[in-house]
Ligand binder design. Structure first.
Ligand code: 5GP
Length: 115
């Protein structure tokens, strides 16, 4: 059994981070190193899926729940428009292998495409 992910530790309260919204199976926090005026992360409460490809194959309803939560936090924290990014694999910049979506909003430019 590997160590719990940083996001699981945040969910358990072991690492401080405000949970800004949650649903039955997912939660949202602010990214600690924002790449856009609004940079939030939406994350399944379970770390069963390492990336969005595994999540889509294993639990498409949970993927839809993540997208709905992204929409809701983008509306609450910005004007409702947002960019949704799932870095998938180390070569694409993924560093935490507990699937999560970056929600980028506010005034965006190409430099925020990498999440
Ligand atoms: P990835 O690089 O895997 O797509 O995204 C991981 C994200 O998690 C990064 O943008 C990073 O800034 C964020 N992150 C890593 N550790 C923490 C933390 O302890 N708290 C918060 N709020 N975000 C974190």
């Amino acid at each position: 059994m590997s160590e719990p992910s940083v996001f699981t530790r945040i969910l358990k309260g072991e690492i401080p981070s405000e949970i800004i919204a949650e649903t039955e199976n997912a939660f949202a926090i602010r990214d600690i190193a924002p790449k856009a005026p609004v940079h939030l992360l939406v994350i399944p409460k379970s770390e069963q899926y390492r990336n969005v490809v595994e999540l889509a194959a294993g639990d498409p309803e949970l993927l839809a729940e993540l997208v709905a939560l992204a929409n809701s936090v983008a509306a609450a924290h910005s004007d409702g428009d947002f960019r949704l990014i799932f870095n998938t694999g180390p070569g694409a910049g993924q560093t935490v292998f507990h699937v999560h979506a970056h929600v980028l909003a506010g005034v965006l430019d190409e430099s925020s495409l990498g999440g």
